[in-house]
Design a protein around this ligand. Structure first.
Ligand code: AMP
Ligand code: GLY
Length: 435
């Protein structure tokens, strides 16, 4: 473990609720020195300095880190990882939290991730990949039923079409091959549809040791009852009460096998590995991997995680991750996302937000800022689709849920929109997924 008496200046990349949660946890560490954020948001800039750089530019980030004596660069989102920001920072002799570009391909290319999973022998949906529409359409017709069409590359969360029948799948293929998702859609993966509850398991790894963090469950659809378009996430809770010990062990072992396979392939994965799983009747199967912390999963995982996050991130970079350096509070966290009316479609910005202080004063409540900004008068205004993540931690799942909604009701802005059913199904038990 690194020495506890040297302060480390930190540069944190990103602008979402995930990054605000990372910032708060990093700032708690006695080792945290000055913290810079790029680009940050209204809540982050109230407690850290702005680094006026392009977060996706490896050269800019490495130069800023070098010029400002930064000792740790923490990379929140996927785009800078895939662009090679961690590679540039490490090449400058500075610690980076987040995998190098070759390892971030686990998220940057769905086909690459599938091939790694095949080699590692871990359970995932059966699939085929295509670079042309006609053979892909033949395969979809052959499947003659529900399937999932995925653009290979990063498509800002939009490149996955869960098709209930052949027509929807063919329309999804046409969308991918039309260039709608740019280069991301030039290769397409078509896979079998899996059913069951979904569960995320985030893990930290230094390339050989893997430490699973708590399970979490996101709510991706915009409307109550899991209807409407997909979003970046409308609410989340942790841990997931319906997951059995066997399922947790299987998910952990799948992630260990994947990291070992990457190592065998010459790829050193250091950072957060986010596994998205479907808990099928045949056991957990992988839906996807992300190369970063989840958003909004981070907002319910970090508040329960007991550790010095600066030390932990430095140990991940150094290859000295110690599983005993992380322990968990015996409680529950629920986070509800407040969005702008119209999200994920068009929405207004610049609307005054009130009540955040009152909400944050409730016991166990933290309001993470996501799509907001400070206007010229220093007032908090909306600036994005997902505006605030209202998280409550409490001794029981019900209490955490009630407290989160109590806090949501204290915050106001024109067009404030939220799902009232976050965690409701989990409260009813596993049978609620079979209904
Ligand atoms: P991905 O980005 O690959 O996780 O896909 C986004 C969402 O699409 C997932 O969270 C699932 O809800 C859904 N999905 C992806 N793959 C499948 C699959 N094979 N079967 C059913 N749903 C899926
Ligand atoms: N919660 C979904 C994601 O971070 O991709």
């Amino acid at each position: 473990m690194a020495s506890t008496d040297t302060k480390v200046d930190i540069l944190l990349l990103g602008a979402g609720g995930r990054e605000h949660a990372l910032l708060m946890k990093l700032a708690e560490s006695p080792r945290a020195g000055r913290i810079w954020v790029a680009p940050g948001n209204g809540g982050m800039l109230a407690m850290a300095d702005l680094a006026d750089i392009d977060q996706d530019s490896p050269a800019d980030v490495a130069a800023f880190a070098r010029d400002n004596g930064i000792g740790l660069v923490v990379i929140g989102p996927e785009a800078p990882l895939v662009a090679g920001v961690a590679d540039a920072v490490k090449a400058a002799g500075i610690a980076a939290f987040g995998p190098c570009a070759s390892a971030a391909r686990m998220e940057g290319s769905k086909l690459f991730a599938k091939q790694v999973m095949e080699r590692a022998g871990v359970p995932t949906a059966r699939f085929r990949s295509f670079t042309e529409e006609a053979p892909a359409a033949d395969y979809v017709r052959e499947l003659a039923g529900p399937c999932v069409v995925k653009a290979d590359g990063l498509a800002a969360g939009k490149g996955v079409i869960v098709a209930k029948d052949t027509d929807e799948a063919l329309a999804g293929l046409a969308e991918c091959f039309s260039g709608e998702f740019g280069d991301a859609g030039s290769t397409v993966v078509v896979e079998e549809m899996l059913t069951g509850p979904e569960c995320s398991l985030l893990a930290l790894t230094d390339g050989h040791t893997l430490v699973p963090l708590a399970t979490a469950q996101d709510h991706k659809r915009a409307l109550e009852g899991d209807r409407g378009p997909n979003t970046g996430g409308m609410g989340v809770y942790s841990p997931v009460p319906i997951v059995t010990d066997d399922e947790l062990a299987t998910m952990t072992s799948i992630e260990e096998k994947v990291v070992a396979q990457l190592a065998a392939d010459g790829i050193d994965y250091r950072g957060c590995l986010y596994g998205g799983f479907m808990l099928t009747p045949d056991g957990p199967k992988v839906l996807e991997f992300n190369a970063r912390f989840g958003d909004p999963e981070t907002q319910v995982i970090l508040p329960r995680m007991q550790c010095d996050l600066v030390d932990v991130f430095l140990s991940v970079d150094a290859g000295t991750l110690d599983p005993t350096s992380i322990t968990w509070a015996d409680d529950w966290a629920v986070s509800v996302v407040l969005t702008s009316a119209g999200y994920p479609g068009h929405y207004d910005r610049g609307l005054r937000i009130t009540g955040v202080d009152r909400a944050s004063a409730l016991p166990g409540v933290t309001v993470y800022h996501a799509g907001d900004a400070l206007d010229e008068d220093g007032e908090l205004v909306t600036a994005g689709g997902r505006v605030l993540d209202v998280t409550a931690v409490a001794g029981t799942f019900e209490e955490a849920r009630d407290r989160a909604y109590e806090a949501c009701d204290l915050i106001e802005f024109d067009g404030k929109t939220l799902r009232r059913d976050i965690g409701l199904r989990a409260l009813k038990g596993r049978g609620a997924w079979e209904a």
